[in-house]
Design a protein around this ligand. Sequence first.
Ligand SMILES: [Zn+2]
Length: 420
Amino acid sequence: MSEADFTKRSNHVILASQGNLKHKETLPVHWGAQTPLGRGPIVASSTNSKARNAIGTHGGSYTVYRALSIASGKFSSSHKPDLNNTQSPVKIGPYSQWFDATKMVSVDPWGLDPQIHFKSLFDEGYDIRPTIAVTQAHLQLPEIAEAIEKGRIKIDGQIVRENKDIKVTKVAIDPVWYLPGIAKRLKIEEGELRRILFQETGGMYPELITRPDLKVCLPPIGSTTAYIFGNPVDLANEKIELTCRVHDECNGSDVFGSDICTCRPYLMYGIEDAARTAQRGGVGIIIYYRKEGRALGEVTKFLVYNARKRQEGGDTAATYFQRTQCVAGVEDARFQELMPDPLHFFGISTIHNLHSMSNMKYDAIMNAGIKVMNRISIPDHLIPQDAQVEMEAKKAAGYFNKETPKSADDLKKVKGRAIE
Ligand SMILES: [Zn+2]
């Protein structure tokens, strides 16, 4: 392909503020409809602007890298994926939750294998892209190897293999927002949501303002990944024991083993327990949300760490939340109300063992109509020494725990490391 072809489309910038952008190729979307064709596919690819029925485009936060790749002339903007053999190795859904416009407002269930659900439209030439993908994997984790050596978890040849691998099904979910539903969760008007999204992203998507007829938006934010232990179909069976951890990303701990928080130990404990549940005939799921640093980002998070260590009296549990508030302006920006959507995608109606101490997560799950039988906090022996500050502050703030919270004076005594 010549360089001219690569850059052809960019010669004609169509301003989204033009009022005449409704085309016969634009398919309607009826969120929550009973069939995929009745609901209509989400068309957000940029290969045919007339067929687009959503704001934004595919790939979440990678949208921008794709643009850079096209800009550098290394990637064709007209490339359409060949979806042959990409379909899920297991069947997921449909579940009744998929047909309720209020249950899932940030996940498009028909974004899984659209080439099957919307085959007739593919045949007509529509460029419909998957927003969900499912595959199988083996996990090799030192904490699990240790759990096997200590006899906490056994090799069964199925879930845990002879070489200590854990077999999983993993599911990647890109965000697809149904704006009227998102507004309802936030308890604000849709127009207000659109205006603030437009303003606070520096005007990234003018259609938020100019195209009120487009109800779906693919925001340029991180995705969500689910790891399933056991048979994915069992997630929707309330009679089968389900162990679940809803985990928000913490790169420092999850990947690099930083000891200031309990994120990786809690994640690994969740994986161990999820695998054990599958071994006794149940099913486990870990859902991993890209909401780094309470959705405030790592830059803010590291600034908070320094502010905690340098404050008068040192890093103590008593001022843990205050320091975040000082730097970020808010203690937490995670907005857990959207968090249960992937649970609905898997048809989950009952969680027997919920690995989370967060009341915000618990309340969001309960408000979503999902039953929680038992809440499980991280065992004390898994909490790193420097993470005691976070842990005690959270317990005192009412995070779920079976112990009595410490007094204000006692919280001052729980100290972390200073700047070294
Ligand atoms: Zn962490």
